[in-house]
Structure formats: structure tokens, C-alpha cells
Design a protein around this ligand. Structure first.
Ligand SMILES: C[S@@+](CC[C@H](N)C(=O)[O-])C[C@H]1O[C@@H](n2cnc3c(N)ncnc32)[C@H](O)[C@@H]1O
Length: 276
């Protein structure tokens, strides 16, 4: 590990995602190429095997990580916003590996140690972002992060695109609701939000090889995430993992593949402002 401050268990989950992206990037027909993912894994002293587990649940999690990466790549660019906020960015390298229109600003928020680790690895590779990139070490459970984001140059009066990839499952329902309420306060009408439809944790298979991930899951807003957003000023569209697999040429049948992804658009209130 090159960083001086150790990563917390929840921040280490970013390394699991990097491992999935390194695996996909090494395939002959990848859905995306993340040229930095393997370097993160190596710098942390881990091997490249994507999960270390071989259950049907592990395979569904791997497919989930791969398909959501490509889906969010496509939908973030399609959002057409020149302000992009990556909540819990972890080792997400979209600021570097996607083509962004000139003038796009990408804000990355996560806990300090994981951002410091990421900077060290990317600097060592001489990586240069394709957007104006701002990193903001922040605990997203601390209600001061919105004002810090605005102080860093984010303009809440203009449309924005938000990504909360692999985050809400690590929060309680109350924490997830507070975070999404804060996002709504910064998202001008027409803004987009991408995230996972939460899981029903009571149906999570028990795979000891995945306990480093599943043992940290708190469930967020669970399978009611889309409904919650619809009731709080967003219009949502839900795409299942199975549907995404078909759309991207990776069809699979798996009884544990019940997860789905949400794209939400911030509605304008009749008076012109976004609804609460
Ligand atoms: C599974 S990783 C996903 C990382 C990234 N979104 C991706 O998909 O590559 C979860 C991330 O959530 C971050 N995280 C968890 N709780 C957080 C909090 N309270 N504040 C900021 N970041 C948090 C962790 O540090 C970690 O980077």
C-alpha cells in the first residue's frame, strides 16, 4: 500500500471494484477499459482475481460491477451536464478515461485516505484527466459537504449529473435519505442522478468469501429507492441487471441477479423551483 494512512474497511471496497474493472479491462471483448484499475490493485498489494469466490452470487456481483460501470459511463455522458459529481468516487477514473466535452467539471468526493491513495497511484502513472477535476475529501455523513462542494466551484443553479455508485448499500436508510435530500438541494431541475436500486438484504446469499463486502452492507433505502426518489422530486427509470446484460450482449440467467439501476431526473416544481 503506497498511502501513509490505511484505508478503512468501507474504503477498501473501492479496491474490490477496481479489481472487477481490471478483470473486465483484460478481457478480449471488454465493455469498458479502465487502464488504471490494475495499478490500484497492485499498489494495494492485492492479487487481480476479481472476487476470490466462485458462487453464483459472486458471479452475479461480478456481472453487476461490470454492467453498472458501462451503464453509468453511457448515462453520465448522455446526461449532457457540464458539472458531474461522483459521490463516494473511490477509485473511479471516469474523469481520466471518458471523453468529456470541453469545460466539463468533475467533482470527486470520498473519504480522505482513499482519495490520497488514488492521487498517489495516478500521479505515479503520469495520468492526466480529460476534464477539470476537483477532489474533495469528505465524509458524506457530515452535513457540511454541500457547502464545501459549492465553495469548490459547484453551481447549484445549473444542471448537474450525479453518480452514487456502490454507496447507498453501505448506509442505513436514514443516512441514505439524508444524503439524497442533500443532493436534491443542489440539483437544479433537469439534473440527473444515477444509482443502484437497493437490495433486499434478507435475500442476500451467505458467501463467506464475500463477507468483507456483504458484512458492511446496511441496505440503504433497499428495493424502495426508486419509489423514495419518485416521492421526493425526481422522476425515475429503473433498468434491471438482466435487461442490461441483454442490452450489452452479456445475457445471463441467475436467480440471485435481482438487482437494478436507477436513472432519475430532477423535476421542476410548478413555481419553477425543484420540488422538495
Ligand atoms: C464500493 S466503493 C465504490 C467506489 C466508486 N463509487 C466506484 O464504484 O468505483 C464504496 C466507496 O464509498 C466510500 N464511502 C463509504 N462511506 C462513505 C462516507 N460516509 N463518506 C464518503 N465516502 C464514503 C468508500 O470510501 C468507498 O470508496
Amino acid at each position: 500500500m503506497t498511502t501513509s494512512e490505511p484505508l478503512s474497511p468501507v474504503s477498501r471496497t473501492a479496491l474490490s471494484v477496481a479489481r472487477v474493472r481490471a478483470y473486465e479491462s483484460s478481457r478480449p471483448d471488454p465493455l469498458f477499459v479502465d487502464p488504471y484499475a490494475a495499478a490500484f490493485v497492485a499498489a494495494a498489494g492485492l492479487d487481480l482475481a476479481p472476487t476470490g469466490a466462485d458462487s453464483s452470487f459472486a458471479k452475479a456481483l461480478l456481472a453487476h460491477g461490470i454492467l453498472r460501470t458501462r451503464f453509468y459511463d453511457d448515462r453520465l455522458r448522455a446526461a449532457g451536464a457540464d458539472q458531474v459529481v461522483l459521490l463516494a468516487a473511490g477509485l473511479d477514473t471516469r474523469a481520466y478515461r471518458l471523453d468529456w466535452p470541453d469545460g466539463t467539471r468533475v467533482f470527486e468526493l470520498d473519504l480522505g485516505p482513499v482519495l490520497a491513495f488514488k492521487e498517489q497511484v495516478l500521479a505515479g502513472l503520469g495520468a492526466a484527466p480529460n476534464a477539470e477535476r476537483t477532489t474533495l475529501p469528505a465524509d458524506l455523513l457530515d452535513p457540511r459537504w454541500p457547502e464545501r462542494l459549492v465553495a469548490a466551484g459547484f453551481d447549484p443553479a445549473r444542471r448537474s449529473a450525479w453518480l452514487a455508485e456502490g454507496l447507498l448499500v453501505y448506509l442505513t436508510a436514514e443516512e441514505a435519505a439524508a444524503l439524497l435530500t442533500a443532493v436534491a438541494g443542489l440539483a437544479a431541475p433537469g439534473s440527473r442522478l444515477l444509482l443502484e436500486q437497493g437490495r433486499d438484504l434478507s435475500r442476500t446469499p451467505d458467501d463467506p468469501a464475500l463477507a468483507h463486502l456483504t458484512g458492511l452492507w446496511r441496505g440503504g433505502l433497499g428495493p424502495g429507492t426508486g419509489e423514495w426518489l419518485d416521492g421526493h422530486g425526481w422522476t425515475t427509470e429503473v433498468t434491471t441487471l438482466v435487461r442490461l446484460g441483454e442490452a450489452y450482449g452479456r445475457p445471463f440467467q441467475n436467480p440471485s441477479a435481482t438487482t437494478a439501476f436507477i436513472e432519475a431526473e430532477r423535476r421542476a416544481a410548478p413555481g419553477g423551483a425543484a420540488r422538495p
